[in-house]
Structure formats: C-alpha cells, structure tokens
Design a binder for this molecule. Structure first.
Ligand SMILES: NC(=O)c1ccc[n+]([C@@H]2O[C@H](COP(=O)([O-])OP(=O)(O)OC[C@H]3O[C@@H](n4cnc5c(N)ncnc54)[C@H](O)[C@@H]3O)[C@@H](O)[C@H]2O)c1
Length: 247
C-alpha cells in the first residue's frame, strides 16, 4: 500500500495476537517496526526473523501502556534511534470479564487504565512529534463491544466506547496538522483472548455472526495497514467495524 515503506511504526501489545499480525503486515509493507509489551515476551529470534524476512529495522521495547512515563520514553527512543514516529497503533489490551454485580472496582479500573488511559498515553506522547512533523497516522483499537455493549464486559465496553470518543476528539485536534486518527472496532478475532472463551459461549457467538466464523488476525491487520497508508488520507476520526456483519 502507498506510503508505508520506510515509515517507522510502533504497535503496542504486539508480542502476539492482533498486534503481532499488524506488526508483520506493516513490515511486509516496508515499515520499520517496534514490537511492544508490558512483559517482554518478544524473543530475539522473532526480531531477527522479521527483519531478515522483510528487510526492515525491528526493535522490541518493554513498556506498560498504563504508565505515561514508560510510553513517552518508548516513543522518544524511537524518535532518537530512527528519526521519526510515523505510525502508532494503540492495540495493547486484556479482559477481566464479570457481571457488574461481581465485578470488583479494581477490575473496572485496570481495564480502563490499560485500554482507555493506554490510548490516551500513546496519543499524548506522540502528539508533539507528529504535530511538528505535520504528518502521522494513529490507529486506536476499539471493539464492537464498545458500540453494542455486552453482558459481563461493562468495564471493557466502557473503555472501548471511550476510545471511540477519544479518537474523534484527537482527530479534531490533529487533522489540521496532517495527522489522521482513526479507530477500528473488530468483532470476534481468533486469538489467545478469544481462545479463553468457554466452548458453549463460543457456539452462541458464532451463531450471532452472519459469516459464521471468527476473523483471522490478518483480516484486522489489512484494515490497519490501509488506515496507515496514504490510500486512507481523507479518513479521519472514524471507527471502522470489522465484524463479519454482526453489528
Ligand atoms: N481478540 C478479539 O476478538 C478482539 C476483538 C476486538 C478487539 N480486540 C482488541 O485487540 C487488542 C489485542 O487483542 P488480542 O486478542 O490480540 O489479545 P492478546 O491477548 O493476544 O494480546 C494482547 C497484547 O497486549 C499486551 N499487553 C497487555 N497488557 C499490556 C500493557 N499494560 N502494556 C503493554 N502491553 C500489554 C500483551 O503482552 C499482548 O502482546 C486488544 O485491545 C483487544 O481488546 C480483540
């Protein structure tokens, strides 16, 4: 896709799952990539493999997205090492599901901290850099759950809805500076996160998806690559739903 080759991209939560698929897709398009997680599960063979396979620069940086200082340090390191940060994909996330009745206040806070505050931290830290560059692409990971709600996921749904609103606001602030800020809202994607759903629940979910299957991570990565490319230059403040027709 036009405009990705040679760009520097940071993907939070990219040691596995959707984030890793996004990193690999952006590398395949010629971007230098930064893999990230709070616990450094990214091993050296993977870094070497990706950089040799795609002929791009790859580094792994441990940073917890709930810490503004850690996120700012990561973004500034990439600017120092590679000269710019052109693409930021705010993807890191976990779930702590329960009915509100049984959800602890701590489990509400941690989900809002990782998802919503994590996105705020990424956007805030990269903001002055992209503003000065007068270019940049920020893609935030929301979810269809943030649009439709879900029993047992009040914390996650609220955080994801917040990400959609934050995305619209950031787009309004940065659009005049040549920066595009968009979100994506996947439905159910086959990863460790959805592997943890009990089989009977999974059957109910599949029955509610018109395409009768979960998405592969590559089907999310291709939309993120599009939003990160010059082909999506006039898309700003949007949330693109990728859900097999579920919503
Ligand atoms: N899997 C789905 O069906 C689905 C659907 C919609 C949205 N999403 C969203 O996509 C994103 C990725 O989900 P996934 O399914 O690939 O999950 P995953 O569990 O496979 O991967 C999550 C990644 O985030 C990292 N991470 C967790 N906490 C972090 C923190 N505090 N700081 C930095 N990194 C952290 C993990 O180390 C891992 O690399 C999440 O935001 C999730 O909410 C997933």
């Amino acid at each position: 896709m036009k405009g990705i080759a040679g760009k520097n991209a940071i993907i939070t939560g990219s040691s596995r799952g959707i984030g890793l698929a996004v990193a690999e897709r952006l590398a395949a398009e010629g971007a230098n990539i930064v893999l990230n997680s709070n616990v450094m599960e990214v091993d050296t063979p993977l870094i070497v493999e990706l950089s040799e396979k795609y002929g791009v620069k790859v580094q792994a940086i441990q940073a917890d997205v709930t810490s503004y200082e850690a996120v700012e340090k990561m973004i500034n390191k990439v600017k120092e090492d590679w000269g710019s940060v052109d693409i930021l994909v705010n993807n890191a996330g976990i779930t702590k599901d329960n009915l509100i009745l049984r959800m602890s206040p701590e489990d509400f806070d941690i989900i809002v901290d990782i998802h919503l505050k994590g996105v705020f931290n990424g956007v805030k830290a990269v903001y002055p850099l992209m503003m000065k560059q007068r270019s940049g692409k920020i893609i935030n990971m929301a979810s269809v759950i943030g649009i439709m709600g879900n029993a047992g996921q009040a914390n996650y749904a609220a955080a994801k809805a917040g990400i959609i609103a934050l995305t619209k606001s950031a787009a309004k602030e940065l659009a005049g500076r040549g920066v595009n800020v968009n979100a994506i809202a996947p439905g159910f994607i086959q990863t460790a996160m959805t592997d943890a759903i009990p089989e009977n629940e999974k059957a109910k979910i599949l029955a509610s998806i018109p395409m009768k299957r979960m998405a592969q991570t590559s089907e999310v990565a291709s939309v993120i690559a599009f939003l990160a490319s010059d082909e999506a230059s006039y898309i700003n403040g949007q949330t693109i739903v990728i859900d097999g027709g579920m919503l």
